[in-house]
Ligand binder design. Structure first.
Ligand SMILES: *Cc1c(COP(=O)(O)O)cnc(C)c1O
Length: 409
């Protein structure tokens, strides 16, 4: 008699994006002539950089000939790519052993799977609001109780509010926690943690033998040289932090699929000496994963050449100009907006204290623009709304123009 993993039944019925799609479809059906514009997507829209295309073609050619064909690679990833990634870190003064770096098929998979090497008794803390994967993966694993509808939270998870008052970076948790998820630059708030802010968490984690899981998927969008692009820029972080990153947003690999995770050999936990957690993740990957696509890895390597980096930076700059246009447009209406300076997301305060789903409907009905309600990312997202800078320039300009002309404030 087979039985299912009942933890799945605890998950909220409506994942955020299906509900957005449902409301958008309903609007289009009722208003077939309206042109709906999207500022809601967290997906890249511009073509791959020329160097990347060249790298991909080269690999395809190799695969097409018997002398250069290759099959399975190392589960940990191509050695050259791991070295190229280590070299990027060294530019920021962070020295990593290539053995600390594991190539993946993207940051989402790793951020969902990383919890599996930790005991179910660990108490999980997340930023509120946050990228839904951290919470949902721990719900499925059985590390939480049921969903509390009144509080909008799962029992057993520690939510660390990120609010206007704390500049969208949390205070240290009041109770002792074991696994701490931090995302910087943050999706959805667009806030970037300073070194001092991260240092407080690193010190806490070292003192309490907690582990920080640091999602740096948007690190390439940081232009302020003072802001850390990696948690390892903070002293002591190697002993207490795992870092997850991706080529998705930096190089437009959302469809190509490539990322990496750093599990330093220095990392420790209550019952884990240095090297142990690194070996656990290695074991996990060798068992459940057969390596990222060799084609994707060739593309990633090309994205990290000097020329590739320059071209990818241009893509990042393009999206950041979109961000500037959106933020300026929103602020010109007297609406308060955060983020959008070192991150491709603008976190706007809903006008007149509206609920974020009510504002979703208002924006769609009046301006025909789709965004993302902040409440969908956690209870502290209520009263906020996420606008995404991913999109073609002319679509972004059209959407902002429509908001300026049609939104009734
Ligand atoms: C987009 C995104 C990722 C990247 O996921 P991939 O699986 O690499 O495409 C990771 N974390 C956050 C917070 C994101 O927004």
């Amino acid at each position: 008699m087979a039985t299912i993993n009942e933890n799945y039944n605890k998950l909220g019925a409506g994942y955020l994006f299906p509900e957005i799609a449902r409301r958008t479809r309903a609007f289009i059906e009722a208003n077939p002539d309206a042109e709906v514009m999207k500022l809601g997507i967290g997906d890249t829209t511009e073509p791959l950089a020329p160097s990347v295309i060249k790298g991909l073609h080269k690999k395809i050619k190799e695969l097409s000939e018997v002398e250069t064909y290759s099959g399975y690679g190392d589960e940990q990833g191509d050695a050259g790519l791991r070295e190229a990634i280590a070299k990027q870190y060294s530019k920021r003064g962070v020295s990593l052993d290539t053995k600390d770096i594991f190539i993946s098929d993207g940051a989402k998979t790793d951020s969902a799977n990383i919890q599996s090497i930790f005991d179910l008794e660990n108490i999980v803390a997340v930023q509120d609001p946050s990228y839904p994967v951290y919470v949902d993966s721990n719900v499925i694993a059985g590390r939480t109780g049921s969903f509390n509808k009144d509080r909008g939270q799962y029992n057993g998870i520690v939510y660390m509010p990120c609010t206007e008052d704390n500049e969208f970076f949390p205070e240290l948790p009041e109770r002792k926690v074991d696994l701490i998820y931090i995302c910087s630059p943050n999706n959805p708030t667009g806030a970037v943690a300073t070194k001092d802010q991260l240092k407080r968490f690193v010190d806490y984690a070292c003192e309490n033998k907690s582990v920080i899981i640091f999602d740096a998927a948007y690190s390439a969008f940081i232009s302020d040289p003072q802001l850390p692009r990696s948690i390892y820029e903070v002293d002591g972080a190697k002993e207490c932090s795992i870092e997850i990153n991706s080529f998705s947003k930096y190089a437009g690999f959302t469809g190509v699929r490539l990322g990496w995770t750093v599990v330093p050999q220095e990392l420790v936990a209550e019952n884990a000496e240095p090297g142990k957690i690194n070996s656990l993740w290695n074991r996990r990957q060798c068992t459940f994963f057969n390596g990222a696509s060799n084609i994707a890895q060739a593309g990633g390597l090309a994205a990290l050449t000097e020329e590739g980096q320059k071209e990818c930076q241009k893509l990042v700059d393009y999206y950041m100009e979109n961000a500037r246009i959106i933020k300026e447009g929103i602020e010109s209406l007297g609406i308060k907006a955060f983020g959008g300076e070192n991150a491709p997301y603008i976190w706007m305060k809903t006008p007149n204290g509206m609920k974020s789903w009510d504002f979703f409907d208002k924006l769609l009905n009046e301006a025909h623009v789709v965004g993302t309600p902040g409440a969908g990312f956690g209870p502290s997202g209520e009263g906020f709304f996420r606008l995404s800078a991913f999109g073609h320039r002319e679509d972004i300009e059209k959407a902002v123009d429509s908001i300026k002309r049609n939104l009734k404030l």
